[in-house]
Design a protein around this ligand. Structure first.
Ligand code: FAD
Length: 456
């Protein structure tokens, strides 16, 4: 029997794609063109409907030594799910059951293929909050766990890792393992569940997750503070945090690119003054509480040299600001060679931005930035002119070198995927890489899971 027919016998005739023209969407993700990996020629797409089918599929792949590329929402910006050798794309899209919102334990149980959009709306409907919010709600439960996604709300609430309490995983051998559970404390042996979080499809297929939830805050507010330049803006962030306020999010954006995003949406950026902006989102139990927090933030920013402050009172004003911010990646995509995802210690953000500015000047270019300022996580945007002039890699090398010098890391939240392998190898010590390799070999002895991605 051919591989395609064997797959059909596992997941059903209608759920295997063999024709290239029908599988194009499974060969792509959101990685910018200049660094997008090239998909292999002979790929099959299989869509199992349950963990037992995932298990049978992996037994087949392991026996035939066929590479398997797990795929969630395909919102990776680093080529994570792109099948770069002949093999099987395993799409979790049919495993989209939201199994339970457990009000007594404040947890949600969902299959891997549930989108963030579906899960967020469902828990919000119960007055609950799943705090992490990666920018694209088309991302799926399995994908955000596999990438240990971050997002803007990490300042106060942390990243996906902080919310995963249980996982169901199918190993490369087809064995099913249940890790963790509806438990807030669990100290039993080595923590396999946390190894799976952020493993980018290289250690196993995540088929189900249990996440912790919080009560939905009664009130949120958005404050848009403008500054004359980058350094003054980011230097205000530690001042705000030192004043004892913990905002939900502190996003940093720059005038020239935020105007592009606003224009892209047919809107206009509400801040009229300043070239660098901080967007603070705060939450609380009452309007008075939130209003007082906004006043404190405005005062701390004023003392740090802000030139304007805009308090978005209505839901519509808040949505406008956040929508323009969230559209940045899409708006810049056409002219974008690559978006980086470095993190430096939060107190070093201003130094990092100065270094990026200096590198841009040296190479006669402009490198716009935005990111999660209070997390130390910036997304320098390398535009197509660098690619066209043949200096993209040189400029990238210089930025990563500055990031490392400041005690930073190659990727804060998007992962290594395929496009950052070279920098992961360069800046991760040999002993750590050897240990990771050993773990990979233990979980996936024949190396069939997402070869070429992340830790490989
Ligand atoms: C506009 C935009 C904004 C974004 N903003 C953010 C942000 O603020 N913060 C952030 O952290 N990320 C952000 N991202 C990146 C992306 O959304 C996240 O990395 C997300 O977690 C990917 O989820 P996915 O379901 O789309 O996974 P995919 O892109 O399908 O896959 C990502 C990786 O996970 C693996 N994988 C997927 N599902 C499984 C599974 N069930 N089991 C095992 N492995 C699996 C894949 O093999 C691949 O290596 C953004 C992306 C876009 C396009």
């Amino acid at each position: 029997m051919t591989l395609a027919n064997e797959l059909k016998s596992i997941v059903g005739e209608d759920f295997v794609i063999t024709r290239r023209d029908q599988m194009m969407q499974y060969l792509l993700d959101e990685t910018p063109q200049a660094v997008k990996p090239v998909p292999a020629d002979e790929v099959l797409v299989a869509k199992p409907s349950c963990s037992a089918e995932v298990s049978d599929l992996l037994k087949l792949a392991n026996r035939t030594r066929t590479p398997v590329y797990p795929r969630g929402g395909g919102t990776s910006t680093v080529g994570g799910p792109i099948p770069t050798t002949n093999g099987i794309v395993l799409s979790l899209e049919r495993m989209d059951r939201l199994i339970e919102i457990d009000m007594d334990n404040l947890m949600v149980v969902a299959e891997a293929g549930v989108t963030m959009e579906t899960m967020l709306r469902a828990v919000e409907g119960k007055g609950l909050l799943f705090p992490p919010h990666p920018g694209d709600e088309g991302a799926q439960v399995g994908g955000v766990v596999a990438c240990n996604a971050g997002g803007s709300r990490a300042v106060k609430y942390g990243i996906v890792r902080n919310y995963v309490k249980g996982l169901e995983v199918v190993l490369a051998t087809g064995e099913m393992v249940s890790m963790g559970g509806k438990l807030l404390k669990n100290n039993t042996g080595l923590d396999l569940m946390h190894l799976m979080i952020g493993s980018e499809g290289t250690l196993g297929i995540i088929t189900r997750a249990v996440f912790r939830l919080y009560p939905m805050p009664a009130v949120t507010a958005v404050l848009l503070v403008s500054f004359g330049d980058r350094r003054t803006a980011v230097a205000a962030v530690p001042r705000v945090l030192q004043s004892g306020i913990l905002p939900l999010a502190v996003e940093y954006v720059e005038r020239d690119i935020i105007d592009i995003s606003a224009h892209h949406l047919g809107m206009s950026w509400p801040a009229k003054r300043g070239d660098a902006h901080l967007i603070f989102t705060v939450d609380g139990r009452s309007e008075d509480e939130v209003y007082a927090l906004c006043e404190q933030i405005a005062a701390a920013c004023d003392a740090s040299g802000s030139v304007d402050t805009l308090f978005a009172e209505t839901k519509q004003e808040q949505d406008t600001i956040l929508r323009i911010r969230n559209e940045l990646y899409g708006a810049l995509m056409g002219d974008l060679a690559e978006s980086l995802d470095l993190a430096v210690p939060p107190a070093k953000v201003a130094d990092f931005l100065d270094a990026v500015e200096r590198i841009a000047r040296e190479y006669g270019s402009r490198i716009p930035n935005y990111g999660h300022a209070a997390d130390g996580n910036l997304h320098p945007h390398l535009m197509m002119d660098l690619q066209q002039r043949g200096i993209l890699w040189e400029v990238k090398d210089a930025i990563y070198e500055e990031g490392a010098r400041l005690g930073g890391t190659v990727t804060a939240e998007h992962g290594v995927g395929r496009s950052r392998r070279i920098y992961f190898n360069r800046y991760t010590d040999a002993t750590s890489r050897r240990l990771m390799r050993g773990i990979k070999d233990l979980f996936d002895p024949n190396g069939i899971l997402n070869p070429g991605a992340a830790i490989e």
